[in-house]
Ligand binder design. Structure first.
Ligand SMILES: NC(=O)C1=CN([C@@H]2O[C@H](COP(=O)(O)OP(=O)(O)OC[C@H]3O[C@@H](n4cnc5c(N)ncnc54)[C@H](O)[C@@H]3O)[C@@H](O)[C@H]2O)C=CC1
Ligand SMILES: O=C(O)C1=N[C@H](C(=O)O)C[C@H](O)C1
Length: 257
């Protein structure tokens, strides 16, 4: 399996490179960074400028992207030109960009997930189940990440909120509350609070609270290492081989649906 990594010098890019190195069935044929990055020319394989992406795309079986929303979309468009399957781990897309990705996925197979870990993908299922069983309990989500993270809430927290809202028969657009401050009045029955903490080098924690009279359930996932996301991304790239065009997620890859 020949893969390309976009965002190769980043935290996730480095984790994927080390997972790929340890896997004899995976060969990294391209490691890319933005043009002008100080990482260009360093590392094994040598990091190349993203303007060279199209030179390598024809040799690849899959492209894995952990960059930024704008860059991920550009890289996806280049992959479409050469009909190369794509794994998108990048988070923070706005709705318009998500629609563009869905449109491109009609031509090539794409796995997109805000979280590539097995545990969080099980958590999505658990939250759906609990929300459906106790829809009148207050639902709150707290996510903790490192102080270098750019987007908030995390893509995972946004997805957890979407799943919980759907579980209680609501749309997250109508019930989501992102942070609270001041004399805001009492909590509305249906609102789903989403709170973001940014501190130190926390890899990624997510807790979903279901609170009712005299009790609460807390469902927590804690990532100990980025290797869990990296292994998931490489697994998704392998899974894409031979797949029909379409927009898939990690629940498809892990057969959790
Ligand atoms: N789906 C998942 O399981 C996970 C998703 N993420 C997401 O992945 C993304 C990246 O996270 P990190 O690695 O922590 O960030 P990072 O900032 O350490 O790495 C991103 C890298 O992409 C590079 N980059 C930016 N534009 C580029 C372009 N046009 N071409 C090539 N490289 C480019 C940057 O220079 C940087 O090295 C974020 O959106 C984050 O939320 C992070 C961890 C797990
Ligand atoms: O930026 C990160 O680090 C992470 N981002 C993902 C997200 O936004 O959900 C997943 C993970 O929690 C780490």
């Amino acid at each position: 399996m020949k893969i390309i990594i976009c965002g190769a010098a980043g935290r996730m890019g480095q984790a994927i490179l080390s997972v790929a190195k340890a896997d004899e069935n995976v060969q990294v044929v391209g490691a890319f960074e933005y043009d002008g990055s100080s990482a260009i020319g360093s590392g094994t394989p040598r990091v190349a400028p993203i303007s060279d992406l199209e030179k390598v795309l024809p040799q690849a079986d899959a492209l894995i992207d952990f960059t930024s929303p704008d860059s991920a979309l550009k890289n996806l468009k280049a992959a479409k030109k050469y009909k190369i399957p794509v794994v998108i781990g990048t988070t923070g897309f706005i709705d318009e960009q998500k629609n563009e990705i869905a449109e491109i996925a009609k031509s090539i197979p794409v796995v997109m997930s805000p979280n590539m870990s097995i545990g969080v993908n099980l958590l999505f299922k658990l939250v759906d189940e609990v929300a459906k069983k106790i829809p009148d309990y207050d639902i709150e989500i707290v996510e903790l990440h490192h102080n270098k993270k750019k987007d908030a809430p995390s893509g995972t927290a946004a997805k957890l909120a979407e799943v919980a809202a759907k579980g209680i028969g609501k749309k997250i657009e109508s019930v989501g509350v992102y942070g609270r401050h001041g004399i805001i009045g009492t909590r509305n029955q249906d609102e789903i609070g989403v709170m973001s903490v940014r501190a130190g080098d926390i890899v990624g924690d997510h807790t979903v609270y279901f609170a009712g009279p005299g009790e609460r359930i807390e469902l927590t996932h804690r990532a100990h290492s980025r290797d869990t996301f990296a292994a998931g991304a490489v697994r998704a790239a392998k899974w894409l081989k031979g797949k029909q065009p379409g927009l898939y997620d990690m629940q498809d890859v892990l057969e959790l649906k």
